[in-house]
Ligand binder design. Sequence first.
Ligand SMILES: *Cc1c(COP(=O)(O)O)cnc(C)c1O
Length: 390
Amino acid sequence: MTRPALHGFFSVLDEVLTGSDCYPLHQPEFQGNEWIYVKDCLDTGWVSSVGSYVDRFEQGLQSYTGMRHAIASVNGTAALHTCLLLCDVQPGDEVLLPTFTFVATANAVRYCAADPHLVDISPATLGVDPIKLAAYLDSHTRQDNAVCINRHTGRPIRALIVMHAFGHPAEMDQLQQLCEQHNLALIEDAAEALGSFYRGRHVGHWGRVTALSFNGNKIITTGGGGAILTNNEDLAKKARHITTTAKLPHAWEFVHDEVGYNYRLPNLNAALGCAQLELLPRFVGQKRQLASRYQQLFAGSALGHLVTEPADTHSNYWLNCFVLEPQYAGLRDQILEQCHERHILARPAWELMHRLPMYQACPRMNLSHAEQLQATLISLPSSPVLGAVA
Ligand SMILES: *Cc1c(COP(=O)(O)O)cnc(C)c1O
Protein backbone atom coordinates (compact mmCIF):
# COMPACT_ATOMS: atom_id res chain seq x y z
CA MET A 1 0.00 0.00 0.00
CA THR A 2 2.70 2.47 1.03
CA ARG A 3 5.03 1.75 -1.83
CA PRO A 4 2.60 2.38 -4.74
CA ALA A 5 1.25 5.47 -2.94
CA LEU A 6 4.76 6.87 -2.59
CA HIS A 7 5.49 5.99 -6.20
CA GLY A 8 2.36 7.89 -7.26
CA PHE A 9 3.41 10.90 -5.19
CA PHE A 10 6.80 11.14 -6.87
CA SER A 11 5.43 10.55 -10.34
CA VAL A 12 3.20 13.63 -9.86
CA LEU A 13 6.22 15.68 -8.83
CA ASP A 14 8.15 14.39 -11.85
CA GLU A 15 5.30 15.43 -14.10
CA VAL A 16 4.96 18.96 -12.70
CA LEU A 17 8.64 19.67 -12.09
CA THR A 18 10.37 19.75 -15.45
CA GLY A 19 12.89 21.95 -17.19
CA SER A 20 15.32 22.60 -14.35
CA ASP A 21 17.76 20.66 -12.17
CA CYS A 22 16.73 22.19 -8.85
CA TYR A 23 13.32 23.21 -7.50
CA PRO A 24 13.27 25.70 -4.62
CA LEU A 25 9.96 26.31 -2.83
CA HIS A 26 9.57 29.72 -4.36
CA GLN A 27 11.92 31.30 -6.85
CA PRO A 28 11.69 35.02 -7.59
CA GLU A 29 11.23 36.08 -11.21
CA PHE A 30 12.46 39.37 -12.71
CA GLN A 31 11.10 39.66 -16.21
CA GLY A 32 9.52 43.09 -16.14
CA ASN A 33 10.92 46.58 -15.59
CA GLU A 34 13.24 45.63 -12.68
CA TRP A 35 16.48 46.55 -14.47
CA ILE A 36 15.11 49.83 -15.78
CA TYR A 37 13.76 51.08 -12.44
CA VAL A 38 16.77 49.99 -10.37
CA LYS A 39 19.17 51.53 -12.91
CA ASP A 40 17.14 54.74 -12.75
CA CYS A 41 17.80 54.90 -8.97
CA LEU A 42 21.53 54.52 -9.56
CA ASP A 43 21.56 57.03 -12.42
CA THR A 44 19.71 59.67 -10.42
CA GLY A 45 21.43 58.94 -7.07
CA TRP A 46 18.08 58.41 -5.31
CA VAL A 47 18.86 55.10 -3.63
CA SER A 48 18.02 55.60 0.03
CA SER A 49 14.99 56.26 2.18
CA VAL A 50 13.61 59.20 0.19
CA GLY A 51 12.63 58.95 -3.47
CA SER A 52 9.81 58.70 -5.91
CA TYR A 53 9.76 54.90 -6.12
CA VAL A 54 8.77 54.64 -2.46
CA ASP A 55 5.70 56.82 -3.10
CA ARG A 56 4.91 54.97 -6.30
CA PHE A 57 5.24 51.57 -4.63
CA GLU A 58 2.97 52.63 -1.77
CA GLN A 59 0.38 53.97 -4.20
CA GLY A 60 0.58 50.75 -6.20
CA LEU A 61 -0.05 48.69 -3.06
CA GLN A 62 -3.01 50.91 -2.16
CA SER A 63 -4.66 50.56 -5.54
CA TYR A 64 -4.06 46.79 -5.75
CA THR A 65 -5.39 46.08 -2.25
CA GLY A 66 -8.02 48.82 -2.17
CA MET A 67 -6.62 49.95 1.20
CA ARG A 68 -6.46 53.68 1.93
CA HIS A 69 -2.89 53.69 3.26
CA ALA A 70 0.27 51.66 2.66
CA ILE A 71 3.54 52.50 4.43
CA ALA A 72 6.57 50.64 3.06
CA SER A 73 9.05 49.23 5.59
CA VAL A 74 12.45 47.49 5.62
CA ASN A 75 10.90 44.04 6.08
CA GLY A 76 7.76 42.23 7.19
CA THR A 77 9.01 41.73 10.74
CA ALA A 78 9.51 45.49 11.16
CA ALA A 79 6.01 46.01 9.71
CA LEU A 80 4.57 43.61 12.31
CA HIS A 81 6.49 45.31 15.13
CA THR A 82 5.10 48.66 13.95
CA CYS A 83 1.55 47.21 13.81
CA LEU A 84 1.85 46.13 17.46
CA LEU A 85 3.10 49.58 18.51
CA LEU A 86 0.19 51.16 16.62
CA CYS A 87 -2.19 48.98 18.65
CA ASP A 88 -0.59 50.22 21.89
CA VAL A 89 0.85 46.89 22.93
CA GLN A 90 2.66 47.58 26.21
CA PRO A 91 5.41 45.74 28.10
CA GLY A 92 3.81 42.92 30.11
CA ASP A 93 0.78 42.62 27.79
CA GLU A 94 -0.21 39.41 26.08
CA VAL A 95 -0.97 39.13 22.35
CA LEU A 96 -2.91 36.19 20.90
CA LEU A 97 -1.35 34.56 17.85
CA PRO A 98 -1.40 31.13 16.20
CA THR A 99 1.26 28.64 17.26
CA PHE A 100 1.29 27.63 13.57
CA THR A 101 3.21 30.57 12.08
CA PHE A 102 6.64 31.76 11.05
CA VAL A 103 8.71 32.84 14.06
CA ALA A 104 8.63 36.54 13.08
CA THR A 105 4.99 36.83 14.26
CA ALA A 106 5.97 35.85 17.81
CA ASN A 107 9.29 37.72 17.75
CA ALA A 108 7.55 41.00 16.92
CA VAL A 109 5.47 40.61 20.10
CA ARG A 110 8.62 40.11 22.18
CA TYR A 111 10.17 43.23 20.63
CA CYS A 112 7.39 45.08 22.50
CA ALA A 113 8.37 43.24 25.74
CA ALA A 114 4.97 41.53 25.54
CA ASP A 115 4.24 37.79 25.52
CA PRO A 116 2.75 35.67 22.76
CA HIS A 117 -0.39 33.84 23.93
CA LEU A 118 -0.69 30.90 21.57
CA VAL A 119 -3.94 29.76 19.97
CA ASP A 120 -4.93 26.90 17.67
CA ILE A 121 -5.81 26.91 13.98
CA SER A 122 -8.71 25.54 12.00
CA PRO A 123 -7.76 22.55 9.81
CA ALA A 124 -9.95 23.99 7.01
CA THR A 125 -8.23 27.39 6.69
CA LEU A 126 -4.90 26.83 8.54
CA GLY A 127 -5.66 30.22 10.17
CA VAL A 128 -6.82 31.01 13.73
CA ASP A 129 -9.82 28.81 14.64
CA PRO A 130 -12.69 31.20 15.54
CA ILE A 131 -14.81 28.50 17.21
CA LYS A 132 -12.04 27.28 19.49
CA LEU A 133 -10.98 30.85 20.23
CA ALA A 134 -14.52 31.95 21.14
CA ALA A 135 -14.90 29.17 23.71
CA TYR A 136 -11.43 29.84 25.09
CA LEU A 137 -11.96 33.59 25.49
CA ASP A 138 -15.28 32.97 27.27
CA SER A 139 -13.74 30.68 29.85
CA HIS A 140 -10.24 32.16 30.27
CA THR A 141 -10.69 35.93 30.12
CA ARG A 142 -12.73 38.65 31.79
CA GLN A 143 -13.40 42.30 30.91
CA ASP A 144 -12.07 45.09 33.08
CA ASN A 145 -12.89 48.66 31.92
CA ALA A 146 -13.10 47.49 28.31
CA VAL A 147 -9.77 45.67 28.54
CA CYS A 148 -9.57 41.92 27.99
CA ILE A 149 -7.77 40.32 30.97
CA ASN A 150 -6.26 36.84 31.17
CA ARG A 151 -7.91 35.34 34.29
CA HIS A 152 -4.87 33.21 35.09
CA THR A 153 -2.06 35.73 34.68
CA GLY A 154 -4.09 38.88 35.41
CA ARG A 155 -2.43 40.59 32.45
CA PRO A 156 -4.13 42.50 29.62
CA ILE A 157 -4.58 40.67 26.32
CA ARG A 158 -4.24 43.58 23.94
CA ALA A 159 -4.53 42.14 20.45
CA LEU A 160 -5.05 39.14 18.18
CA ILE A 161 -2.70 38.56 15.25
CA VAL A 162 -4.30 36.48 12.50
CA MET A 163 -1.89 34.93 9.98
CA HIS A 164 -3.05 33.93 6.49
CA ALA A 165 -1.03 30.72 6.16
CA PHE A 166 0.48 29.95 2.75
CA GLY A 167 -1.75 32.68 1.32
CA HIS A 168 -5.11 31.19 2.39
CA PRO A 169 -7.28 33.80 4.14
CA ALA A 170 -8.51 33.05 7.67
CA GLU A 171 -12.19 33.43 8.68
CA MET A 172 -12.04 37.19 9.07
CA ASP A 173 -15.74 38.00 9.63
CA GLN A 174 -15.93 35.67 12.64
CA LEU A 175 -12.54 36.73 14.00
CA GLN A 176 -13.33 40.42 13.63
CA GLN A 177 -16.57 39.93 15.52
CA LEU A 178 -14.76 38.08 18.32
CA CYS A 179 -12.23 40.91 18.60
CA GLU A 180 -15.03 43.46 18.89
CA GLN A 181 -16.80 41.42 21.58
CA HIS A 182 -13.65 41.01 23.65
CA ASN A 183 -12.00 44.41 23.06
CA LEU A 184 -9.01 43.05 21.20
CA ALA A 185 -7.17 44.94 18.46
CA LEU A 186 -7.14 42.84 15.28
CA ILE A 187 -3.85 42.66 13.37
CA GLU A 188 -3.44 40.72 10.12
CA ASP A 189 -0.10 39.09 9.37
CA ALA A 190 -0.59 39.01 5.59
CA ALA A 191 3.11 38.45 4.87
CA GLU A 192 2.21 35.46 2.69
CA ALA A 193 -1.08 36.74 1.34
CA LEU A 194 -0.56 39.64 -1.07
CA GLY A 195 -2.96 38.76 -3.89
CA SER A 196 -5.44 36.90 -1.64
CA PHE A 197 -9.07 37.92 -1.22
CA TYR A 198 -11.72 37.11 1.38
CA ARG A 199 -15.38 37.65 0.42
CA GLY A 200 -14.29 39.75 -2.57
CA ARG A 201 -12.00 42.14 -0.73
CA HIS A 202 -8.23 41.95 -0.38
CA VAL A 203 -6.91 40.73 2.98
CA GLY A 204 -6.06 43.65 5.26
CA HIS A 205 -9.54 45.17 5.28
CA TRP A 206 -10.51 43.41 8.54
CA GLY A 207 -7.55 44.26 10.74
CA ARG A 208 -6.98 47.63 12.37
CA VAL A 209 -3.52 47.29 10.81
CA THR A 210 -1.93 44.68 8.53
CA ALA A 211 1.64 43.63 7.75
CA LEU A 212 2.95 42.52 4.34
CA SER A 213 6.38 41.08 3.45
CA PHE A 214 8.41 41.31 0.24
CA ASN A 215 11.21 38.98 1.29
CA GLY A 216 12.94 37.01 -1.49
CA ASN A 217 10.62 34.00 -1.12
CA LYS A 218 7.31 35.89 -1.05
CA ILE A 219 4.96 36.33 -4.04
CA ILE A 220 6.68 39.59 -5.00
CA THR A 221 10.04 40.69 -3.67
CA THR A 222 11.93 43.92 -3.05
CA GLY A 223 15.01 41.98 -1.94
CA GLY A 224 13.95 42.70 1.63
CA GLY A 225 10.90 44.73 2.44
CA GLY A 226 7.46 44.96 3.94
CA ALA A 227 4.51 47.29 4.36
CA ILE A 228 1.89 48.34 6.86
CA LEU A 229 -1.68 48.63 5.52
CA THR A 230 -4.50 50.47 7.24
CA ASN A 231 -7.69 52.35 6.40
CA ASN A 232 -7.22 54.64 9.42
CA GLU A 233 -5.56 57.96 8.60
CA ASP A 234 -4.28 58.67 12.12
CA LEU A 235 -2.66 55.25 12.35
CA ALA A 236 -1.11 55.73 8.90
CA LYS A 237 0.41 59.05 10.00
CA LYS A 238 1.73 57.49 13.18
CA ALA A 239 3.16 54.55 11.22
CA ARG A 240 5.04 56.94 8.92
CA HIS A 241 6.32 58.91 11.90
CA ILE A 242 7.64 56.08 14.08
CA THR A 243 9.21 54.22 11.14
CA THR A 244 11.10 57.41 10.19
CA THR A 245 12.91 57.86 13.57
CA ALA A 246 9.96 59.99 14.82
CA LYS A 247 11.55 63.02 13.19
CA LEU A 248 9.56 66.26 13.13
CA PRO A 249 9.42 67.76 9.63
CA HIS A 250 11.94 70.57 9.22
CA ALA A 251 14.29 71.61 6.42
CA TRP A 252 17.45 71.22 8.53
CA GLU A 253 16.75 70.63 12.25
CA PHE A 254 17.01 67.14 13.79
CA VAL A 255 14.20 67.02 16.32
CA HIS A 256 12.52 63.74 17.28
CA ASP A 257 9.55 63.62 19.65
CA GLU A 258 9.66 59.96 20.76
CA VAL A 259 11.74 56.80 20.37
CA GLY A 260 11.45 56.02 16.68
CA TYR A 261 12.75 53.34 14.36
CA ASN A 262 14.76 53.32 11.16
CA TYR A 263 12.24 51.08 9.43
CA ARG A 264 11.56 52.82 6.09
CA LEU A 265 12.11 50.99 2.81
CA PRO A 266 15.00 52.35 0.70
CA ASN A 267 14.13 53.75 -2.74
CA LEU A 268 16.34 51.12 -4.41
CA ASN A 269 14.22 48.31 -2.96
CA ALA A 270 11.00 50.18 -3.77
CA ALA A 271 12.11 50.44 -7.42
CA LEU A 272 12.32 46.65 -7.56
CA GLY A 273 8.91 46.52 -5.84
CA CYS A 274 7.29 48.78 -8.47
CA ALA A 275 8.42 46.45 -11.25
CA GLN A 276 7.32 43.34 -9.31
CA LEU A 277 3.92 44.82 -8.53
CA GLU A 278 3.32 45.19 -12.28
CA LEU A 279 3.83 41.41 -12.56
CA LEU A 280 1.71 40.46 -9.54
CA PRO A 281 -1.55 39.69 -11.41
CA ARG A 282 0.39 37.36 -13.71
CA PHE A 283 2.13 35.67 -10.75
CA VAL A 284 -1.20 35.07 -9.00
CA GLY A 285 -2.65 33.60 -12.21
CA GLN A 286 0.31 31.26 -12.70
CA LYS A 287 0.29 30.15 -9.08
CA ARG A 288 -3.41 29.38 -9.22
CA GLN A 289 -2.86 27.43 -12.41
CA LEU A 290 -0.05 25.45 -10.77
CA ALA A 291 -2.31 24.77 -7.78
CA SER A 292 -5.07 23.36 -9.96
CA ARG A 293 -2.55 21.23 -11.84
CA TYR A 294 -1.22 19.76 -8.57
CA GLN A 295 -4.83 19.23 -7.42
CA GLN A 296 -5.78 17.37 -10.58
CA LEU A 297 -2.74 15.12 -10.47
CA PHE A 298 -2.93 14.38 -6.73
CA ALA A 299 -6.71 13.72 -6.80
CA GLY A 300 -7.40 10.29 -5.37
CA SER A 301 -3.93 9.92 -3.81
CA ALA A 302 -4.04 7.43 -0.94
CA LEU A 303 -1.21 9.24 0.85
CA GLY A 304 -3.06 12.47 1.52
CA HIS A 305 -4.52 15.61 -0.02
CA LEU A 306 -3.60 19.17 -0.99
CA VAL A 307 -4.68 22.20 0.97
CA THR A 308 -7.21 24.16 -1.12
CA GLU A 309 -8.54 27.69 -0.75
CA PRO A 310 -11.20 28.05 1.98
CA ALA A 311 -14.83 28.84 1.07
CA ASP A 312 -15.49 32.48 0.04
CA THR A 313 -11.83 33.16 -0.64
CA HIS A 314 -9.58 33.65 -3.65
CA SER A 315 -6.11 32.57 -2.56
CA ASN A 316 -2.76 33.52 -4.08
CA TYR A 317 -1.65 29.89 -3.41
CA TRP A 318 1.73 31.18 -2.26
CA LEU A 319 2.82 27.64 -1.37
CA ASN A 320 1.08 24.40 -2.28
CA CYS A 321 0.87 22.08 0.71
CA PHE A 322 0.34 18.33 0.74
CA VAL A 323 -1.14 16.92 3.96
CA LEU A 324 -0.49 13.24 4.70
CA GLU A 325 -3.28 11.05 6.06
CA PRO A 326 -2.65 10.61 9.81
CA GLN A 327 -1.56 6.97 9.39
CA TYR A 328 1.23 8.12 7.05
CA ALA A 329 2.64 10.84 9.32
CA GLY A 330 5.67 8.60 9.88
CA LEU A 331 6.56 8.92 6.19
CA ARG A 332 6.98 12.70 6.27
CA ASP A 333 10.72 12.80 6.86
CA GLN A 334 11.40 9.99 4.42
CA ILE A 335 9.48 11.88 1.73
CA LEU A 336 11.37 15.09 2.50
CA GLU A 337 14.65 13.21 2.28
CA GLN A 338 13.76 11.63 -1.07
CA CYS A 339 12.64 15.04 -2.38
CA HIS A 340 15.95 16.62 -1.46
CA GLU A 341 17.86 13.75 -3.10
CA ARG A 342 16.05 14.75 -6.30
CA HIS A 343 16.82 18.45 -5.71
CA ILE A 344 13.16 19.11 -4.95
CA LEU A 345 13.47 21.47 -1.97
CA ALA A 346 10.19 20.55 -0.24
CA ARG A 347 9.89 21.64 3.41
CA PRO A 348 7.84 20.74 6.47
CA ALA A 349 5.74 23.42 8.17
CA TRP A 350 7.49 25.68 10.73
CA GLU A 351 8.24 24.21 14.12
CA LEU A 352 5.29 25.28 16.29
CA MET A 353 5.90 28.35 18.44
CA HIS A 354 5.15 26.55 21.73
CA ARG A 355 7.99 24.13 20.99
CA LEU A 356 10.66 26.81 20.46
CA PRO A 357 12.81 27.40 23.56
CA MET A 358 12.00 31.10 23.89
CA TYR A 359 8.23 30.58 23.65
CA GLN A 360 7.61 27.26 25.37
CA ALA A 361 6.59 28.89 28.64
CA CYS A 362 4.04 31.19 26.95
CA PRO A 363 0.36 30.95 27.86
CA ARG A 364 -1.56 28.78 25.40
CA MET A 365 -4.75 26.86 24.73
CA ASN A 366 -5.01 23.25 23.59
CA LEU A 367 -3.17 23.19 20.24
CA SER A 368 -4.20 19.81 18.84
CA HIS A 369 -5.11 20.94 15.30
CA ALA A 370 -1.76 22.66 14.79
CA GLU A 371 0.12 19.68 16.22
CA GLN A 372 -1.67 17.29 13.88
CA LEU A 373 -1.05 19.48 10.85
CA GLN A 374 2.59 20.17 11.66
CA ALA A 375 3.31 16.44 11.74
CA THR A 376 1.75 15.79 8.34
CA LEU A 377 2.26 18.85 6.12
CA ILE A 378 4.77 19.14 3.27
CA SER A 379 5.22 22.36 1.25
CA LEU A 380 5.86 21.74 -2.44
CA PRO A 381 7.76 23.83 -5.01
CA SER A 382 5.40 26.64 -6.02
CA SER A 383 7.34 29.12 -8.15
CA PRO A 384 5.14 31.00 -10.64
CA VAL A 385 7.27 29.71 -13.54
CA LEU A 386 5.98 26.19 -12.83
CA GLY A 387 2.44 27.38 -13.56
CA ALA A 388 3.49 28.91 -16.86
CA VAL A 389 4.63 25.67 -18.53
CA ALA A 390 1.32 23.87 -18.02
C1 LIG B 1 7.85 36.13 5.79
C2 LIG B 1 6.98 36.25 6.98
C3 LIG B 1 7.16 37.26 7.94
C4 LIG B 1 8.35 38.16 8.00
O1 LIG B 1 8.67 38.87 6.91
P1 LIG B 1 10.19 39.33 6.64
O2 LIG B 1 10.02 40.28 5.52
O3 LIG B 1 10.97 38.11 6.30
O4 LIG B 1 10.67 40.01 7.88
C5 LIG B 1 6.25 37.36 8.96
N1 LIG B 1 5.21 36.51 9.08
C6 LIG B 1 5.03 35.50 8.21
C7 LIG B 1 3.87 34.60 8.39
C8 LIG B 1 5.91 35.32 7.14
O5 LIG B 1 5.72 34.30 6.30
